[in-house]
Design a protein around this ligand. Structure first.
Ligand code: UT7
Length: 332
């Protein structure tokens, strides 16, 4: 059986930088609170005249393909993780496919929020292991800034969530070369309403009305405390599961790339795993929480900074809406 390796990474973030000071002008918040509670200093918000979820993903994918030194035509399949697709349907996977000129190959969207990219990696890995495909493009892309309530009422979410895209090229390899060692996926729908956007949902008499648009159910709703408390437990648990499955210990991890939910969550997990600073990669300070895009953006940036080398053990872990949580252990 084959394994799958990541042979190229790329990311794209919108040019529009929103600093904490800029948020102070539109809602009752302040730089000190945001930095202390989240670690975020600035984030990117999309430009409606220029950026879409699909085209940001396309830009990230082109960089990943260039670095992988492959032609676009070598991609056999697309896995697109997003909870903020450009259309209600179809998904953004087919839109990116069209932009890349890859009409005809299969494309699926994955709607598993912050865990979406790891779920996507896992799906792609299974296709490669069975021999169905050889080269798969996996992306995570989001525009969250248009889903949050930017008034004081929505401030606890509005200061966190942001926009961007990241991409990885997976290719079949010999298991001796390393690659994805394991993925572990979990979900618990009991907590679906702790972090969600309710409308425009299909199980309503009318999907869209003026009343709905003005109401709170149209915006992202998050019980931040509940999400935080579950996240710190599940992150450590799912990383532990990955290590146990591969007969490894936390010391064996060369780089942990956690979903960038909140710097306090990453720091807490780091402490629980007893890992030194140089073995945990965080960039939430500059990009905020970009949901499904956060891990591929962080992975791509860590690679650019020379923090990922051949033979390294890289651990990815995520927790988010659903609740869903997941990990991937990779030998680079
Ligand atoms: O991506 C995966 C899913 N998301 C997450 O993992 C996020 C997890 N949750 C969190 O990161 C944190 O819960 C938040 C950053 C969202 C909130 O931090 P917190 O420490 O849990 O704050 P809190 O909601 O308990 O609020 C504390 C206080 C409140 O004031 P009072 O009631 O104590 O007077 C809030 O009204 O902070 C206030 N507050 C703010 N103040 C200034 C909430 N948001 C803000 C804000 N600026 N943006």
């Amino acid at each position: 059986m084959k394994s799958s390796r990541i042979i190229g990474l790329g990311h794209y973030v919108p040019e529009n930088i929103i600093k904490n000071k800029d948020l102070e002008a539109i809602m009752d918040t302040n730089d000190a609170w945001i930095v202390e509670r989240t670690g975020i200093h600035e984030r990117r918000w999309f430009n409606p005249d220029k950026d879409t979820v699909a085209n940001m993903a396309t830009r990230a994918a082109k960089i990943a393909m260039e670095r992988a030194k492959i032609k676009v035509s070598e991609i056999d399949f697309i896995v697109f993780a997003t909870i903020t697709p450009d259309y209600f349907f179809p998904g953004s996977g087919v839109l990116m496919q069209r932009e890349l000129g890859l009409q005809g190959i299969g494309a699926i969207d994955i709607r598993n929020a912050c865990s979406g990219f790891i779920y996507g990696l896992s799906v792609a890995d299974q296709f490669i292991k069975t021999g169905m495909y050889k080269t798969i493009l996996v992306v995570g892309a989001e525009i969250q800034s248009s889903a949050v309530d930017k008034s004081t009422e929505g401030r606890s979410s509005a200061v966190i969530f942001a926009d961007g895209a990241g991409a990885a090229i997976l290719r079949a390899c010999d298991p001796a070369e390393g690659g994805i060692l394991s993925t572990h996926l979990h979900a618990d729908g009991d907590f679906a309403e702790e972090l969600y956007v309710r409308d425009p949902g299909s199980s309503r008499k009318v999907r869209l009305s003026e009343e709905l648009i003005k109401g709170p159910t149209f915006n992202l709703t998050m019980n931040g405390n509940a999400v935080f408390k579950h996240a710190v437990v599940r992150f450590s648990e799912v990383i532990g599961e990955a290590l146990a499955a591969n007969n490894m210990k936390a010391e064996d991890i060369d780089l942990l790339v956690p979903h960038q939910a909140n710097l306090r969550i990453s720091n807490y997990v780091q402490k629980q795993m007893n890992m030194p600073d140089e073995k945990v990669f965080n960039n939430i300070m500059y990009y905020g929480n970009t949901t499904a895009a956060s891990i591929p953006i962080a992975l791509s940036e860590a690679w650019e900074k020379g923090k990922i080398n051949e033979g390294d053990i890289i651990c990815l872990a995520a927790f988010g809406s659903g609740f869903t949580w997941a990990s991937a252990l990779i030998k680079w």
